[in-house]
Design a protein around this ligand. Structure first.
Ligand SMILES: *[C@@H]1O[C@H](CO)[C@@H](O)[C@H](O)[C@H]1NC(C)=O
Ligand SMILES: *[C@@H]1O[C@H](CO)[C@@H](O)[C@H](O)[C@H]1NC(C)=O
Ligand SMILES: *[C@@H]1O[C@H](CO)[C@@H](O)[C@H](O)[C@H]1NC(C)=O
Ligand SMILES: *[C@@H]1O[C@H](CO)[C@@H](O)[C@H](O)[C@H]1NC(C)=O
Ligand SMILES: *[C@@H]1O[C@H](CO)[C@@H](O)[C@H](O)[C@H]1NC(C)=O
Length: 456
């Protein structure tokens, strides 16, 4: 069912006469950016509305985590454009998937990774920081982010590597013996943002703990500011799966930026981290785009990005764009290339019968790469919304500076979620619903290990 629908989408995209339209964009004009973003968001939400699992708000076909990351992208979109047309859908999906106020809903929790869950927490803290509308009778956005923090930090694992978050949560999962950059960088970023939003130093202590621990492993090499994707418990976190991904860099950069601001710039390590990692992120602006167009270089040139990887540029753009409001002096390091990336991305949006479906290889410039989907739309929406941040020119709110979302440091703790679940027999449909990252992990890991052995 899922596959056939996917094929149908692919075919209809490929067969359609490519509209010569693309999206008209004047990068220096706020209204032009807003119009372009609205077109791309509207196409994205068509995919969302037409999904097979549309009876379950917030749940996408074959993936759970992407719901959180899509809402995160739409929350920023609302903030920078004022367009409220998707707000009801975002609220409905966010609240539906909230579980025991910790985004760990029992339908999927047996098969989730820490990274899957943390993306929903990052969506919630984004909503809190931007004063996204809340509904009466529902938990506050800030408390939902705190619920994710409260569920995750007890999973800090000192049984190997002297610390760190494992990738997957339960011992029967394939990624249980792995510690990866996005799970650790994700909780690092969430903790740093909670510290700045609430002013509570417990979150800052966790952020610092995760950063410092990461720096003892290949996940964050301070010597050359390289971020490995994975390392494993069996080697005490000395081996490294070296695939380079935009979102791994961006999550650590963003967390360091929040910590810089939280500490009032008194600790040089955070600014050094921001600047060092921005420098090594230059690898994501390859020669194929004259060093000016964002690309997930590990998969795009090979044309084999999976649906997860297609979305990464949205997070990179959003997180780097937003940090320019809290770390003075970073605009010139970040926005020149986000501008040229948005211009290239808009030119990718000339696909399908509507003439505004986007591809993923922005470096291909004037020619639609003939791929399309919700993920492609999300990536382009991310970079367009990021380019509206300087027009909005508003730093994330904190409780001290006008944030209205209420803190509840005990959120998400009234739950039995942290008990290891007894596995019931599940159908392949359910498995596909939550285990996408795991499947990718198995093949990705095999490739990485082969690569390491050959390279080593
Ligand atoms: C859990 O699954 C049931 C049955 O399919 C569905 O009705 C419900 O909406 C799902 N809940 C969540 C949070 O996805
Ligand atoms: C940062 O400065 C503010 C205002 O001077 C102060 O209230 C706050 O405690 C400082 N934060 C830290 C972490 O030192
Ligand atoms: C923190 O962010 C605010 C904007 O909210 C900015 O005015 C301030 O300069 C930043 N502080 C530091 C130390 O960069
Ligand atoms: C700060 O956060 C910690 C951890 O959640 C909590 O135990 C503590 O009560 C919070 N302090 C305040 C003043 O909210
Ligand atoms: C904890 O959860 C249970 C079951 O959902 C509920 O009955 C109870 O009121 C909750 N307790 C608190 C303190 O929120």
């Amino acid at each position: 069912m899922i596959l056939s629908k996917w094929l149908a989408t692919l075919l209809s995209g490929a067969l359609a006469v490519q509209g010569a339209l693309a999206i008209d964009l004047n990068i220096d004009d706020e209204n032009s950016l807003k119009t372009a973003a609205k077109t791309v968001a509207t196409e994205m939400m068509k995919f969302y509305d037409e999904r097979d699992s549309k009876d379950v708000p917030g749940k996408m076909d074959g993936t759970w985590w992407e719901g959180g990351s899509m809402f995160m992208t739409l929350i920023l979109y609302w903030f920078v454009t004022g367009d409220t047309q998707f707000t009801a859908a975002v609220q409905e999906g966010m609240y539906w998937q909230k579980g025991d106020d910790n985004f760990f809903p029992s339908n999927y929790s047996q098969y989730l990774g820490n990274d899957d869950q943390v993306f929903w927490g990052l969506a919630a803290i984004t909503a809190a920081e931007l004063n996204y509308p809340e509904l009466d009778g529902e938990p506050s956005w800030a408390s939902l982010a705190q619920g994710v923090f409260n569920t995750q930090y007890p999973r800090w694992d000192t049984s190997s590597c002297h610390g760190g978050m494992r990738w997957q949560i339960w011992p029967y999962q394939d990624g249980y013996l792995t510690k990866n950059a996005i799970s650790n960088g994700g909780l690092f970023q969430l903790s740093a943002r909670l510290a700045l939003y609430t002013g509570n130093k417990t979150y800052a202590e966790w952020a610092e703990r995760i950063w410092d621990w990461s720096a003892t492993t290949p996940l964050l090499k301070q010597k050359n500011w390289n971020i490995a994707d994975t390392t494993t418990c069996g080697t005490q976190c000395t081996d490294h799966g070296d695939f380079q991904w935009t979102y791994n860099y961006a999550t650590y950069i963003s967390g360091a930026a929040y910590m810089h601001n939280y500490t009032n710039g008194t600790e040089t390590k955070w600014k050094e981290g921001v600047e060092g990692l921005i420098k090594t992120s230059q690898q994501f602006y390859p020669a194929s785009g004259n060093g000016q167009i964002l690309s997930d270089i590990t998969c795009e040139p090979l044309g084999n990005c999976d649906r997860n990887q297609i979305t990464f540029k949205a997070y990179f753009s959003n997180w780097l764009g937003m940090l320019t409001t809290i770390v003075p002096g970073t605009y010139d390091l970040i926005f020149p290339q986000l501008k040229t990336s948005a211009q290239a991305a808009a030119k990718q949006c000339s696909g399908g019968t509507s003439g505004s479906l986007c591809g993923i290889r922005w470096t291909k410039q004037a020619e639609w790469d003939k791929s399309s989907g919700l993920e492609q739309q999300m990536a382009v929406l991310g970079v367009l919304a990021a380019n509206l941040i300087p027009f909005k020119n508003q730093a994330p709110y904190s409780l001290e500076s006008g944030g209205t979302s209420k803190s509840n440091p005990n959120a998400g703790t009234n739950t039995s979620d942290n008990a290891i679940p007894v596995l019931n027999t599940i159908g392949t449909g359910d498995k596909a619903g939550a285990g996408v990252l795991t499947v990718i992990f198995v093949t990705g890991w095999a490739v990485a290990v082969t690569w390491m052995i050959r390279g080593g």
